[in-house]
Design a protein around this ligand. Structure first.
Ligand SMILES: Cc1cc2nc3c(=O)[nH]c(=O)nc-3n(C[C@H](O)[C@H](O)[C@H](O)COP(=O)(O)OP(=O)(O)OC[C@H]3O[C@@H](n4cnc5c(N)ncnc54)[C@H](O)[C@@H]3O)c2cc1C
Length: 447
C-alpha cells in the first residue's frame, strides 16, 4: 500500500498517483517544457480537501505545493503532493465595494467575464487562462499596471491553509507580514483557497492590436518608443516582434509569417489612447487593426495566447529607454532564424505613487521590460532556445534597469533573480515562523 493511500479515505476529491491510468495527464502542467514529477496529485473538491492534505503531509513528513493551471510550472514541485485547485471556482462580486472574492482555481478570463457591465476591472495579465491566485501571488504584471499597479497589490485578503492544515482568512489588519510575503512568495507560505481582490474603474475600456509587416519593425518600434514617452498614465502600450511558427494551431493568415505588433489599452478616456496610437499607425502600413470598445470579459482577445498546454522557455530583461542602440540589439537578436518566437516589450508602471507598499514582489522600477518566448516543441529545440535567450539577455545587460516580479521568471530561475537580498531575508524569517518544518513548497522556494 502506498503511503498516500490513507489520504484517499478522507478526501471528497481524487488523489491521483502514478498507478492511475490518467497520471500522465494529471501530473502535467500547462507549460510542457517542465517535466513535472510530483509524488501525487490531489484534485481538491473543496477547501477542506486542502486542509486534510496539508495536515496529512505535515503528519507524514511530506511536502505540499499548489497549482492552478501550471503556466508557471517549475521543478521545485517535484516530489510534493501537488494540490490542483481548478474545482475551487466560486466567484462572488461586490461591485459597490469594488471587491471580488474568488476561489483559488478561478482563471482571469472567468473573473473578467463576470465583471462585464459593472464598469470595473480586475488587474489581469494578457492571458485569460492564468489563475488569479497564481498570478497575484507572483506579482502579476497587468494590462492595467500603469494606472493601478500590480496584481499582488490588488490582493486585499486571503483564505489560506497554514502549514499545520488550519484554514483562516487573513488581511493586512490581522497578519501584515504574512500578507506582504504572500504578495510575491505565494505558495511558500500557505495553500490559498480563496482571495479577495480590489476592482478598479474601467467604464470605457478600449483596446486592440495593430499589426505591421516585419520590414516596418524599426520605424514602428521607434514611433512606439516616442509614443510611450508621452502617453497618458492610463494608456498602456506593448510592442512585439513575432515570428508565428508554421504549425497547424496557428491561424492560417499569420502562420509562418513575421510581424511587428503594438497592443494598446485604456480603461477610460479612449481619446488619449487614440492620441498615442496615431503616430504609431502613421509609422507604417497596418495590415491588421483590432482596436475597439471592450468589456472586461473580452480582453483575452487582444493578445490571444494558446489555451492548450504548450512547451515554452521564458526569459525577460528590463531597460529604461528604447534608444536606437537598444532597438538595434533587440532586432539583431530577433532576425530569423532565431529560436525566439516572440519578444514582447511592455511599458511599465506610470509613476512611483502607484502601487502598494505591503508587497514583497515590488512593482518594477524600470520603464520597460522585454518578455522573451521560445517554443520547444521537441527536446532538441531546448538547448538552442536556452542559448538564444541567454545571448539576448547578455546583450541587453548594459541597459538592465532592475528586476521584475516572480511571475516573470522562467522555470530555471530563482527568487534571487527577482527579489532583493534584504527582502529575501525578511521572506526567510517569515517562512521560519509560519512553516518551520518546510511542509509548504512554492514554485520558487525561499529557502
Ligand atoms: C501564455 C502566458 C502568459 C502570461 N502572461 C502573464 C502576464 O501577463 N503577467 C504576468 O505577471 N505573468 C504572466 N505569465 C506568467 C506566469 O506563469 C503567471 O502569472 C503565473 O505563474 C500564474 O499562472 P498559473 O495560474 O497557471 O499559476 P500556476 O503555474 O498554477 O502556479 C504558479 C505558482 O503560484 C503559486 N500558487 C498557485 N496556486 C496557489 C495556491 N492555491 N496557493 C498558494 N500558492 C499558489 C505556487 O507557488 C505556484 O508554483 C504568463 C505565462 C504564460 C505561459
Amino acid at each position: 500500500m502506498s503511503m498516500i493511500e490513507p489520504l484517499r479515505e478522507v478526501l471528497t476529491g481524487r488523489v491521483v498517483t502514478p498507478d492511475n491510468s490518467d497520471w500522465e495527464s494529471v501530473r502535467t502542467a500547462w507549460n510542457l517544457a517542465v517535466d513535472q514529477q510530483p509524488l501525487a496529485v490531489v484534485l481538491a473538491a473543496d477547501a477542506s480537501d486542502v486542509e486534510h492534505t496539508v495536515a496529512f503531509a505535515a503528519a507524514h513528513d511530506l511536502k505540499v505545493a499548489a497549482q492552478a493551471g501550471g503556466h508557471g510550472a517549475t521543478k521545485a514541485l517535484d516530489g510534493t503532493i501537488l494540490v490542483r485547485t481548478s474545482e475551487l471556482d466560486d466567484i462572488w462580486i461586490d461591485s459597490h465595494a469594488g471587491i471580488a472574492r474568488v476561489g483559488a482555481g478561478v482563471r482571469w478570463g472567468a473573473l473578467q467575464s463576470a465583471l462585464d457591465g459593472t464598469g470595473l476591472t480586475g488587474l489581469p495579465g494578457s492571458c485569460g487562462g492564468i489563475s488569479v491566485v497564481g498570478y497575484c501571488t507572483g506579482g502579476g504584471l497587468s494590462w492595467f499596471s500603469r494606472p493601478y499597479g500590480s496584481g499582488a497589490g490588488s490582493l486585499r485578503a486571503v483564505e489560506l491553509v497554514d502549514a499545520s492544515g488550519s484554514r483562516r482568512w487573513i488581511d493586512d489588519s490581522t497578519d501584515p507580514e504574512l500578507m506582504w510575503a504572500i504578495r510575491g512568495g505565494g505558495g511558500n507560505f500557505g495553500v490559498i483557497t480563496s482571495v479577495e481582490v480590489e476592482l478598479f474603474a474601467a467604464p470605457e475600456i478600449t483596446g486592440g492590436r495593430l499589426m505591421f509587416p516585419i520590414d516596418q519593425a524599426e520605424a514602428v518600434l521607434t514611433a512606439y518608443g516616442a509614443a510611450t514617452a508621452t502617453a497618458a498614465d492610463h494608456v498602456t502600450l506593448w510592442a512585439y516582434v513575432t515570428h508565428f511558427p508554421d504549425v497547424p494551431f496557428v491561424p492560417e493568415p499569420v502562420r509562418g509569417k513575421s510581424f511587428c505588433m503594438v497592443d494598446a489599452i485604456a480603461p477610460y478616456e479612449p481619446a488619449a489612447l487614440e492620441a498615442a496610437l496615431a503616430p504609431i499607425r502613421a509609422a507604417g502600413t497596418p495590415v491588421g487593426d483590432t482596436v475597439r470598445r471592450h468589456e472586461p470579459g473580452s480582453l483575452g482577445e487582444i493578445a490571444p495566447a494558446p489555451g492548450d498546454p504548450a512547451s515554452l522557455l521564458i526569459g525577460s530583461t528590463t531597460f529604461d529607454e528604447l534608444s536606437p542602440e537598444v532597438l538595434g540589439m533587440l532586432l539583431k537578436h530577433l532576425g530569423q532564424p532565431s529560436p525566439i518566437f516572440q519578444v514582447q516589450i511592455r511599458h511599465l508602471r506610470a509613476s512611483d505613487d502607484i502601487g502598494h507598499t505591503g508587497v514583497a514582489a515590488a512593482d518594477p522600477v524600470a520603464q520597460y521590460c522585454a518578455l522573451l518566448w521560445a517554443p520547444v516543441p521537441l527536446p532538441e529545440y531546448e538547448e538552442p532556445a536556452r542559448e538564444a535567450l541567454l545571448a539576448l539577455k547578455d546583450a541587453m545587460a548594459p541597459w538592465h534597469a532592475g528586476e521584475l516580479p516572480p511571475s516573470s521568471l522562467g522555470a530555471g530561475d530563482s527568487l534571487q533573480d527577482s527579489i532583493s537580498e534584504p527582502d529575501l531575508v525578511r521572506l526567510r524569517e517569515i517562512k521560519q515562523n509560519v512553516d518551520p518544518l518546510g511542509v509548504l513548497v512554492g514554485g520558487y522556494p525561499v529557502i
